[in-house]
Design a protein. Structure first.
Length: 475
């Protein structure tokens, strides 16, 4: 019986363990090692905003893993001995493996700020962090976020929901520098200001001092600020330190091939810690988002279970809610002199940018109110065009002239049919079967939907389809 060890209890690690079990049945020994409860980091802001209870943060419990024959071990791995195929835990115990997956995720960076360890200065990266902030803060405090990146803005949105007084400090010249270009960032900046959020860009926090119950911040531009709490959101780094002496090759993360395997046979990596194939080519990339982590875990798990599976690569993508202004970025949106198509309405604001490589869209940005972005199908269709690397042919000229009408090109090029035929592991994904407190949620039904469902013709699937207008449409 093969011995599989997974280090890390986040989405990547859990996906790895579940995939091995689904592929090998009971013919595998699976051990999941984690130094935290098994939960999803991305939902912590919803917990802070009181949108969900704490138990909804979890993605697995000891009883769930026991039911599926996965041994869960609480501990910290301090060393990997690659030649002997064993891991050593902090308590000195060792475990042997035939296959190993490293899914240790990432940790927040702490900038060198004088007073960063003052009471009331928090990171917001772990469940413990979220519990501390939720337990400490009462009423409507003044909060300063240091760092205006993707992570900081997820937290900002949660804090806005519960009425906190918010300020943001960003060292770079614009907010969301890894997600938006200057125009997109200016739209978000104006939106934040109109919603009472104070934004300071091109400035660094140099000092934090506690005076009684107040934190006083001194910025590099000589601005003084006061806060009841400070949240650090100044980036993350992969958890690699324990790999010293293991022989596992690293760069921005653990280098893996299309099987999610490292340079050492039988040792894999997945999630925020892994630098894997990029869908659009180029150097191995760390795409630290949950969908990529789950995909990594499923690919690693399949290969560990003996099913040879190749990963096509992850797509750089971010989707963000900024106080009901929705932002999305996909692929190679930082155009390097390429042809671009832009829609820009500063008043609403609405911003779209498509980046082209000949007749293919290789990157895109969206910024706008929810009805103009995520309530439309355009975001998903653009993502599909990028994922399939679809050549648009003459449809490219149509989209450039009509950039808000993506649907015709999407349908006309048969992109939907391509996506329907694609699966990550060659079979349909399965329900995880994990339920909070073991309860299956009731089917979501509302009276407003009854006419739509009840009026569906019995012969719906055999009815002729309405032709879609287009250019060069086939017979």
């Amino acid at each position: 019986m093969a011995r599989h060890i997974i280090i890390g209890g986040g989405p990547a690690g859990v996906a790895t363990a579940e995939t091995i079990r689904s592929r090998e049945g009971n013919d595998a020994e699976i051990t999941l090692i984690s130094n935290e409860p098994v939960y999803s980091r991305m939902v912590l802001p919803y917990y802070l905003a009181k949108d969900i209870p704490e138990e909804h943060v979890l993605i697995g419990t000891p009883s769930y893993f026991e039911k599926h024959g996965i041994k869960s071990v609480t501990g910290q791995v301090e060393k990997i001995d690659s030649p002997s195929k064993s891991v050593t835990l902090k308590d000195g115990s060792t475990l042997a493996f035939d296959n190993l997956c490293i899914a240790t995720g990432s940790s927040p960076q702490r900038p060198p700020i004088d007073g960063i360890d003052e009471e009331g200065v928090y990171t917001f990266w772990t469940l413990e962090d979220a519990q501390k902030v939720a337990a400490t803060v009462k009423g409507t405090p003044r909060a300063v976020l240091i760092g205006a990146g993707f992570i900081g803005f997820i937290v900002l949105n949660a804090m806005s929901k519960i009425g906190w007084e918010l300020s943001v400090v960003e060292a770079e010249s614009q907010i969301l520098p890894r997600m938006l270009d200057v125009t997109g960032a200016s739209a978000v900046n104006g939106w934040l200001t109109s919603h009472g959020v104070s934004v300071h860009t091109g400035a660094q926090v140099q000092r934090i001092v506690r005076e009684g119950t107040t934190l006083e911040l001194a910025l590099s531009n000589e601005t003084k600020m006061e806060a009841d709490l400070v949240i650090l959101a100044t980036g993350i780094r992969p958890n690699l330190d324990f790999l010293a002496g293991s022989g596992i090759e690293t760069d921005a993360g653990i280098l893996v091939n299309e099987r999610m395997e490292t340079n050492i046979p039988g040792i894999y990596a997945a999630g925020d810690v892994a630098a894997g194939p990029d869908l659009l080519g180029g150097a191995p990339a760390v795409h630290a988002i949950q969908p990529t982590a789950v995909d990594h875990g499923r690919i690693a798990g399949a290969n560990m279970a003996g099913t040879a599976t190749q990963y096509p690569g992850s797509l750089s993508l971010n989707v963000l809610d900024v106080i009901n202004l929705h932002c999305a970025s996909f692929g190679q949106w930082q155009d390097q002199g390429q042809d671009t198509t832009v829609v820009w309405n500063e008043t609403r604001p609405i911003y779209r940018k498509y980046v082209w490589d000949k007749d293919r869209i290789v990157g895109a940005l969206f910024v706008g109110p929810i009805d103009d972005v995520t309530m439309l199908n355009d975001v998903g269709m653009i993502k599909g065009l990028i994922q399939t690397k679809q050549a648009l042919g003459n449809w490219a000229d149509y989209v450039k002239q009509n950039p808000t009408d993506i649907r015709r090109a999407y349908v006309g090029t048969g992109t939907a049919q391509q996506l329907i035929g694609k699966t990550l592991l060659g079979t349909a994904a399965r329900d995880r079967a994990y339920r909070v407190n073991g309860k299956t949620p009731a089917t979501w039904q509302k009276p407003d939907h009854a006419p739509l469902i009840g009026s569906r013709p019995n012969a719906m699937d055999t009815l002729p389809r309405t032709p879609t207008p287009g250019i060069e449409k086939g017979d």
